[in-house]
Design a protein around this ligand. Sequence first.
Ligand code: ZN
Length: 444
Amino acid sequence: MSASAGRMHFINVRLPLREDNQWYELKAEGGKWISIRQQGGFLDAAVAGVTRALVPALAGTDLKKLDEAECIDLQGGIMLPGLVDCHMHLDKAFSLEQVSNISGTLQEAIENYSQAVPDFSKEQLAVRMLAAARLALSYGTTTIRSHLDFPVHFGKEVAFRTIAAALEVREKLSGRMKIQYSLMVPFRGDQRVVDEAVAEALRMGIDVLGGAPHLAADPEGEISRIFRLAEQYGVPVDLHADESDDPGKRTVLNIAEHTIRYGYQGRVTAGHLCSLSAMDEKDAQVVITKMKEACLNAVTLPAVNLYLQGREDRGLVRRGTTRIRELLAADIPLAAASDNIQDPFHPFGRADLTQIAQITSYAAHMGGVEDLRQLLRMITDIPAGIVGSEGYGIQEGNACDFVVTDAADVTQLLSGTSMSRWVYTCGGWQSGLYAAHAYAMDKQ
Ligand SMILES: [Zn+2]
């Protein structure tokens, strides 16, 4: 039987999200996990009752071979549930060629990108979005939440180009990965026109309302408006919050108050929170306590914030990443995500969440065994909870949605010495990325 019938058999698998450090044998039928069993050590294929066990590295990127394998022997390689990138900007990805950012500041990125938007055709946007989503999938991301610009002040035709491109890309990739869209509700332009446009975008299939109210002249008014719209249409809220070096920026307090007032606990996410890291200890604790009270979710975007923030500082330069360890210690669901890929906000990045986990480790000094597991949780089950993925995780009864690698351990995975990934979701193998050099190093 083949995986195309939804039947799979894995041996010698490590599941690093579990604390037991055991080797596992996993079986699936009908695209669901039916058995996940500790082996108690290395399992020989013959003992497991299979005559031929395929090692993924030997299949390379030939997904058909994996599909037809009677049994797949990971030889101690890692399996994670499909990674969840809960904060991307697919519409901006790969725009660096068209949109520069000489100063490297957030402000110039926003200005230059905003000016360029009317020149992007729907086709150009779709090509870039598709490329970014596919790249993410190749590295093991099976669920994306992408924010989308919505520049209604340039006219509805321009604003809806991005929406149309985004929906087209989601349709094209349906059956390969899951994509959610969060609308950046604009604070410029005629409010009535904007509100009507937001309603239309939601009717078309946009899932979440967002925005960056800390940039508005009246942040509180903007936050109120976004919550009012979210409640009216019954959708979650995902805001860019306090992406600033200014310790005085505390719109997150207002977001928390609105969350409580609207009974939106658990349905609101605050991304960035850079100013939280610039505050003194006492003020930061006040903010974190309020976030906890409102059951806010949080997202750190370490690659982009390390790149953009602290630009004006000399000497001790602020790093810009939020208080990662403190938020985790307060038990606030904190995910790590990509944000921008090769655009004026961030010239680098490859939509690889293991790289983001590595950068998070640098930013927050996380390297112990428990830290590494926490970093993996920040790109798997925590963001899965934020985006509301149901039946997520490698558990009996859940759908098969996973990425396997031939990394010997989590350190090797986050170091990037083994880049190999084989991705299974939506009932089939979707992508294979095989780094021959890593394999060659192993075999020397
Ligand atoms: Zn963002």
